[in-house]
Ligand binder design. Structure first.
Ligand SMILES: Cc1cc2c(cc1C)[n+](S(=O)(=O)[O-])c1c(=O)[nH]c(=O)nc-1n2C[C@H](O)[C@H](O)[C@H](O)COP(=O)(O)O
Length: 490
C-alpha cells in the first residue's frame, strides 16, 4: 500500500525527516548530518516533495548509491501529496520579465553573447554554479585574458579558397578542433541536462566528454548518442577503487573512446558565488541563534567521494583495468607533461579547471607555450596528444592553441550558457558560430588546413606578463554578483 502525503508530512523535523523524490519516500533522518550540502537544504523539504530541488544537483542513482536500502520507504500516492502554492518571489518575477525580453537566438553572434543572456535569465543558483571560479576568480579571468596576449603573424598570398579545419582527436575524425568538455550538473541550466549537449555535438560532429558529476546518468548520455558519435569519459577518482573500476569498465563496455582522469581536484575549489547563493537559498540564518548551516554550495555537496590520495603510482592500475586511451586532465607544468609521457598515458589536458580550483594557476594556453618548445627539443612533440581548455571563446583562441601545438581545445561554460538560455538550438548555434569564425580566420591568417598551423604564425612575447594582479576583463568584472542582500530578503 503506498504511503500517503499525510503520513510523510508527519516526519518533518530533524528528529524524523522523510522526503519524497520521484514519487518515493526516503527516511533521511540519520543522513542529515552527513549531507555535504548541509542540513538546512534538506529540512526545507522535510515531509514534502523534494524532487524539483533534488533533480538538478544529484545524478539519478544517488539515493541507490548513498542511502541504505532500509531507508527507502517505498511509493507515495502522489495524489494525496499537498504541494505548497508556489508564490512567485519578486526576484523570480523580475527574472521571468527578463526572459520575456531576452534577444532572439539569431541575435547571438558570438559565444560571449550567450554568457550575457544566460546571466540575466538563469536561476541565481544555476548562474552561480556555472560562472563561479575559485577564491578571487583571478585565474578565471586570466584564462580568457591570456588569449588577448597572443597576436597573429598572418601569411598573405596563400590560396585559401578551400579551407578544411577538420582534424582527429585520439584517432576520431572531428569537423573542428574543439570538444565539449566535462561540466557537472547540466540540469541546473536545462531540465534535460547533458543530453542536450550530446544531441548538438552529434549534429556538429564534435566529441562530448561525459562528466562524472552529470545530472543525467552516464547511460542516459551514452544512449542519447547516435551512429558513430564519439564520447569520452571524465573521471573523478573515487576513494573506493572498486567503484572506480566498475565505472571505468562500464564506460569502456559502452564504447567510450577516452578516459580523462581529472588530476587538478584533490579537493574542489572554494567557489564563493556558489557557496553564497546556496547559503541564501537554504535560508541564511546568521542572525538566528541556531547553528549556522555549513552548506558549501553545490560543488562541495557532490564531491566528498573524490580521492585526494590519487597519485602517479595509480597510473599503472588504470592501465591494467582499461584499454581506453588515458588522458590526464588538469596538468599545469611541463615537468608533469614529461612525467605523463614517461608514465605511458596517451594525452594531457593543460587546464586549471576553468579557474575553479587553484586561484593564480596559469592559463592552459600559457602552459602550452611553456610545454611545446621543451617537448620539441626532446623530439617528443608527437609522443602524446595535448589539449588545452579554459577561456576559449573565439575560433581565434582555437587557432592560437593549435599554432602552439595543441591537438584540440575543450570548451565548457559557453555551451552551458547557450543550453541554459536557448536549449539545443542555442548549443547548435554556438557550435556553428565557431565553425563560421574558424573558416574566416583560417583564411585571414593564410592557412587552408590544420596541419599548416605552426608557432611562426603567433607572437607570444606578452603571454607571461601577468601585469596586473586582477586582470581587467569584461568576462570577469561582469560576473561578480551584487553582494547587497536583495530588498525582499533583507
Ligand atoms: C564551468 C564548469 C567547469 C567544470 C565543472 C563544472 C562547471 C560548471 N566541473 S565541476 O563542477 O566539478 O567543477 C567539472 C567536473 O565535474 N570535472 C572536470 O574535470 N572539470 C570540470 N569543470 C572544468 C571544465 O572541464 C573545463 O576545464 C573548464 O570549464 C574550461 O573552461 P571554460 O569553462 O572557460 O571553457
Amino acid at each position: 500500500m503506498p504511503l500517503t502525503g499525510k503520513e510523510v508530512a508527519e516526519h518533518n523535523s530533524s528528529k524524523s525527516c522523510w522526503v519524497i523524490v520521484h514519487g518515493k519516500a526516503y527516511d533521511v533522518t540519520e543522513f542529515l548530518p552527513e549531507h555535504p550540502g548541509g542540513t538546512k537544504i534538506i529540512l526545507k523539504y522535510a515531509g514534502k516533495d523534494a524532487t524539483e530541488e533534488f533533480e538538478p544537483i544529484h545524478p539519478p542513482d544517488t539515493l541507490d548509491k548513498y542511502l541504505d536500502q532500509s531507508k527507502h520507504l517505498g511509493d507515495v500516492d502522489m495524489e494525496t501529496v499537498k504541494h505548497e502554492e508556489k508564490v512567485e518571489t519578486p526576484e523570480e518575477k523580475e527574472r521571468q520579465d527578463r526572459i520575456a525580453r531576452m534577444p532572439g537566438l539569431e541575435q547571438c553572434y558570438n559565444l560571449m553573447d550567450f554568457e550575457a543572456v544566460a546571466k540575466n535569465v538563469m536561476k541565481r543558483t544555476a548562474w552561480a554554479y556555472y560562472s563561479s571560479g575559485a577564491d578571487d576568480e583571478i585565474t578565471l579571468r586570466e584564462n580568457h585574458a591570456a588569449f588577448h596576449k597572443i597576436w597573429f603573424r598572418p601569411r598573405i598570398l596563400v590560396d585559401v579558397e578551400k579551407v578544411d579545419f577538420s582534424t582527429t582527436m585520439l584517432g576520431t575524425k572531428v569537423d573542428i578542433p574543439f570538444y565539449v568538455t566535462a561540466t557537472a550538473l547540466g540540469k541546473l541550466g536545462n531540465p534535460e541536462g547533458e543530453v542536450v549537449l550530446t544531441r548538438a555535438a552529434r549534429k556538429h560532429k564534435v566529441i562530448q566528454m561525459i562528466p562524472t558529476l552529470a545530472s543525467c546518468s552516464f547511460d542516459e548520455i551514452m544512449d542519447a548518442a547516435e551512429g558513430d558519435q564519439v564520447q569520452w569519459m571524465q573521471l573523478y577518482v573515487n576513494k573506493d577503487r572498486s567503484i572506480t573500476k566498475k565505472i571505468v569498465q562500464h564506460a569502456e563496455s559502452r564504447g567510450c573512446k577516452g578516459l580523462f582522469l581529472t588530476v587538478d581536484a584533490p579537493q574542489l575549489g572554494r567557489r564563493e558565488k556558489d557557496m553564497r547563493t546556496k547559503f541564501t537559498e537554504a535560508g541564511s540564518n546568521i542572525q538566528s541563534s541556531s547553528q549556522t548551516d555549513n552548506s558549501q554550495g553545490a560543488a562541495r555537496a557532490i564531491s566528498s567521494f573524490i580521492d585526494p590520495g590519487l597519485s602517479w603510482k595509480d597510473i599503472p592500475w588504470f592501465q591494467s583495468i582499461t584499454k581506453m586511451p588515458i588522458i590526464l586532465k588538469g596538468v599545469q607544468r611541463v615537468e608533469d607533461v614529461i612525467r605523463a609521457i614517461e608514465s605511458g598515458v596517451q594525452g594531457v589536458v593543460l587546464s586549471n579547471h576553468g579557474g575553479r580550483q587553484l586561484d593564480f594557476a596559469r592559463s592552459g594556453i600559457e602552459v602550452l607555450a611553456e610545454v611545446m618548445p621543451v617537448l620539441r627539443e626532446r623530439g617528443w612533440e608527437n609522443r602524446i596528444e595535448i589539449f588545452v581548455d579554459g577561456g576559449v571563446r573565439r575560433a581565434t583562441d582555437i587557432i592560437k592553441a593549435l599554432c602552439l601545438g595543441a591537438k584540440g581545445v575543450g570548451i565548457g561554460r559557453p555551451f552551458l550558457y547557450a543550453m541554459s538560455a536557448y536549449g539545443q538550438p542555442g548549443v547548435e548555434r554556438a557550435m556553428q558560430l565557431l565553425k563560421d569564425e574558424m573558416e574566416m580566420n583560417m583564411r585571414l591568417i593564410g592557412c587552408s588546413s590544420i596541419d599548416q598551423l605552426n608557432p611562426t604564425l603567433v607572437d607570444t612575447r606578452g603571454l607571461s606578463a601577468h601585469y596586473t594582479g586582477v586582470p581587467t576583463d569584461n568576462l570577469g568584472l561582469s560576473v561578480y554578483d551584487p553582494l547587497i542582500t536583495p530588498k525582499e530578503k533583507a
